[in-house]
Design a protein around this ligand. Sequence first.
Ligand SMILES: Cc1ncc(COP(=O)(O)O)c(C=O)c1O
Length: 432
Amino acid sequence: MHREPHLTNAALLARRQAAVARGVGHAHNIFAARAANAEVWDVEGRRYIDFAGGIAVLNTGHCHPDVIEAVKAQLDRYTHTCFQVLAYEPYVELAERLNSLAPGNFAKKTLFLTTGAEAVENAVKIARAATGRPGVIAFGGGYHGRTLLTLGLTGKVAPYKTGFGPFPGEVFHATFPNALHGVTVDDAMASVAAILRNDIEASRVAAIILEPVQGEGGFHAAPPELFQRLRALCDQHGMLLIADEVQTGAGRTGTFFASQQMGVAPDLITLAKSMAGGFPISAVIGRAEIMDAPAPGGLGGTYAGSPVGCAAALAVLDVFERENLLARARTLGERLRAGLTTLAQRHQSIVDVRGLGAMVAIELAKGGDVKQPDADLAKRIAAAAAERGLILLTCGTYGNVIRILVPLTASDALVDEGLGLLAEAMNHVRAS
Ligand SMILES: Cc1ncc(COP(=O)(O)O)c(C=O)c1O
């Protein structure tokens, strides 16, 4: 392969700007050359601590040796047959293992796809086929992907939906609880009731979909009471409950599925991102009879559940067991929360430290006033952190949240080093 002898980030950025559609966002002007666990080196040889994890994909770290070994072994056997044409065992074994991990004391079945959005699309298709109903209720601030249906479900206009409508119909948005801003579970349930009163009758609603912790929306955890009351509502009206665990799943929150902490089981769960440690595969896991509603041929895809993705995902499940990563997610989360709380005591602009397990974030507001979200500060902190060797990601409806998705496999020393760089970046931004 042709390689420039002396690549620089600036030269690559110029090439990128000339060759790549500008709609593909970029958080940092940094080009990766190699990565291991929670560290990345750029094309100029600079080292970074990775608190972004490729947006929640690297719970087991960059290039975990066991995942890479499993993928290499799979590459030597076969890379593609299309599961609908010639089936293979890794797909079946992965389905068996996810069925046994998913919450709910009922028989389950699983379908594999390639991306998170594709999993969400298919969960809605399955819910419609199982109920014979069209409607879907999602939540404001929720994020479900970039395809047209998942954009329709997504509850944030800019930048995701701008210019791309119209979106599929029969999708309605309820209000997600937000303790910091005084939105209660009662408010959320009242907003669902309003949709059923004003927009669509319950008997035409196939499903309610929500993230156990809103990811792109700003790391707002659903109170378990919300899940429990939505479950009861769904049971009352024959609607299905879908947990979008694309970002929360694969151990991020301290249980393999965040919905395990909600006290009730969803009918369908979507999973992607960290389930295969950096390889593209996604899943819909759910009640067997619901999953079987679509007729043979109704589900699938050329690359859906690729053997390479399945091999990587099986290795990830083994790594979770061997390295006890669920317990690690909980202790890491406590460590991050403690470090960020200390930082909040020194910076009035940090108005909240929140999250579930190791899915942790800080919210920033001008002068400590929660009503004045400070997206510009979040951006400047992320840039100052990158200059110091720490990769951060922002999120939130107002762009004023900094989220941490460091690999669960990162050492305490590395996490503390990263928190130290964040503190330096915040001091620098305050002084500048
Ligand atoms: C909760 C949630 N659902 C769906 C998606 C879409 O996943 P993908 O980008 O793999 O299509 C994401 C991606 O960030 C997500 O966080």
